[in-house]
Design a protein around this ligand. Structure first.
Ligand SMILES: *[C@@H]1O[C@H](CO)[C@@H](O)[C@H](O)[C@H]1NC(C)=O
Ligand SMILES: *[C@@H]1O[C@H](CO)[C@@H](O)[C@H](O)[C@H]1NC(C)=O
Length: 215
């Protein structure tokens, strides 16, 4: 069945579970995908290069359908930074892997904060003395190097985002510090290396915008 891009996206909007589509203008091929795996470095199952990959234009809640939010490219509760949408959850009972899973389940990833603009999120994290703690996508590889998990790119250890003296791979308490978190120190929030199994924190997930054309 040949469908226009608009019809293909409309079909996706009607089919429960559809998150993205592959569409080829010529021939009108329309493939519905349940997954949105942009962030995992896994290309969607396209049949050939001439297919375009499109995200479903949500909205996921009533709020997003009203006029005031009509032009938002991120969920209304998310922060738009560097063309990505950040979901900031200050508290929770997450460890690193459950935080990661939570973001993936929502078709996002644990946040990679690797540009100056993305780092400005540190200034948005709650009032003085806030107890918010956030897992982000920093993991230590076997060779000891800290990388952004999804991309395996080494984390810049020279940015002022790190608390002074961190990362220190402190080996006591809850174990080796093989993951990264954001925590408050006085009035400011910083990166720290922390154990992966702390079940006491929130997370920052990162999503693509509600654009229609992905990749
Ligand atoms: C949304 O964007 C369109 C086109 O730029 C504009 O005409 C409209 O006023 C905007 N709506 C809102 C609610 O900002
Ligand atoms: C992380 O939390 C999940 C859910 O509570 C739990 O099943 C898992 O064992 C925990 N993993 C680690 C490494 O602590």
């Amino acid at each position: 069945m040949a469908l226009s891009l608009l019809s293909c996206l409309s079909l996706c909007a009607l089919v429960p579970g559809c998150r993205t589509v592959n569409h080829r203008i010529e021939g009108g091929n329309c493939e519905l995908n349940e997954a949105d795996d942009r962030w995992d470095g896994i290309l969607p199952p396209v049949s050939d290069q001439s297919f375009g990959y499109y995200r479903r234009v949500i909205p996921t809640s009533a709020l997003e359908t009203d006029a005031a939010h009509a032009n938002k490219t991120c969920h209304v509760d998310h922060v738009l930074l560097d063309n990505t949408c950040l979901e900031i959850v200050a508290t929770g009972n997450h460890n690193h892997s459950s935080a990661l899973e939570t973001c993936h389940r929502r078709y996002g990833r644990l946040a990679i904060l690797d540009t100056p603009e993305l780092l400005t999120v540190l200034g948005l994290l709650g009032p003085y003395g806030s107890a918010g703690k956030y897992y982000i996508d920093i993991v230590r590889k076997n060779d000891g190097i800290l990388v952004w998990g999804a991309t395996q790119v080494p984390v810049d250890l020279t940015t002022p985002a790190w608390l002074s003296g961190q990362p220190d791979d402190y080996q006591y308490g809850a174990g080796p510090e093989d993951c990264g978190s954001i925590e408050a120190n006085g009035a400011q929030f910083f990166f720290m290396d922390t154990p992966c199994n702390l079940a006491d924190r929130g997370y920052i997930c990162q999503y693509g915008q509600y654009a229609t054309r992905g990749l």
